[in-house]
Design a protein around this ligand. Structure first.
Ligand code: SF4
Length: 287
């Protein structure tokens, strides 16, 4: 039914996943292992319809649907619109349709195209910003620079999507810790998304970054360094009514709140946690 591995954001745990593409059309980020084993491909209309018909046998009335894999917005706009019409006709109970979005896909589409896609029912986009730093984005081969990332995020918000942005804590390593924190805060603030999630870097064996770590080209941030970086990042955020979450299994301290309203409380909690005797670091990563 699905081409494995299959990923979705934590907040889509209860969603029906419809696999529209396979893999990621970029597939070059050094820290990412998600789709390394998959050749990117677009599914044909017939394949997608057959897939949806199979899913209907198991999921009758989903209220949330997540379109996978990596970047569904790379499809042509008219194909996305036909797909959304078909999905809504087959699952009339659906209340929310979401997907990952690649920054280059957002940049390539015009404002009118994005608005049209939004109007046809794609409501929530997840954008992996990863870092706001020019240097870190380039080092990790994200495929876009800081200004392009801001443009991508702002276009999504402008078109009416709900936008969820993610930053990976520790992605600057020891060397670029400060820059990663400050520049990420700058980019997220410029986008002002509806949701902002902070995850921690976990280096998987399959990623190219694992090789960088082994060869000493990338020095992992210590657990205390991660908390220092989180503090600097939050202190520099300027957001309006943004739902903040750092409640992924990778985070040292489980936190959530509204930014900027809860900024001082969140920062104080991080400082207290960092300075507490009860803080037991989980280790740098899985290597
Ligand atoms: S992080 Fe996203 S864009 Fe980069 S390779 Fe992984 S899935 Fe593709």
């Amino acid at each position: 039914m699905y081409s494995i591995p299959l990923y979705r954001p934590p907040s889509e745990a209860r969603s029906l996943i419809i696999q529209v593409t396979e893999g990621c059309s970029h597939n070059k980020c050094r820290f990412c292992y998600m789709y390394k084993c998959k050749q990117f491909r677009l599914k044909s209309d017939d394949e997608i319809k057959e897939h949806i018909n199979e899913l209907k046998a198991y999921y009758k009335d989903p209220d949330r649907i997540f379109l996978a894999d990596g970047n569904v917005l790379c499809l042509k706009t008219d194909k996305i619109i036909s797909l959304l019409k078909f999905v809504k006709a087959e699952f009339p109970s659906v209340q929310r349709i979401s997907s990952y979005s690649g920054p280059l896909d957002l940049i390539r589409k015009s404002d009118d195209e994005l608005r049209l896609i939004r109007e046809h029912g794609l409501e929530l986009l997840y954008l992996g910003v990863e870092s706001g730093s020019y240097k870190v984005l380039s080092m990790m081969e994200k495929g876009v620079n800081q200004l392009e990332m801001i443009e991508a995020g702002q276009k999504a918000v402008r078109a009416g999507f709900k936008l969820s942005c993610m930053i990976i804590s520790g992605l600057g390593g020891e060397e670029l810790m400060n820059e990663h924190a400050i520049e990420s805060a700058k980019v997220i603030s410029a986008i002002n998304p509806h949701y902002f999630s902070l995850l921690r870097l976990v280096v998987e064996e399959e990623s190219e970054l694992a090789e960088d770590v082994r060869k000493g080209r990338f020095k992992l941030l210590s657990p205390v360094g991660i908390l220092d970086e989180n503090i600097i990042m939050l202190e520099n955020m300027e957001l309006t009514d943004c739902i903040f979450r750092a409640n992924h299994v990778s985070n040292y301290l489980n936190q959530s709140g509204i930014l900027n309203k809860d900024k001082d409380v969140l920062v104080e909690r991080l400082k207290k946690f960092r300075d507490s005797n009860s803080f037991i670091p989980m280790g740098n990563d899985r290597l």
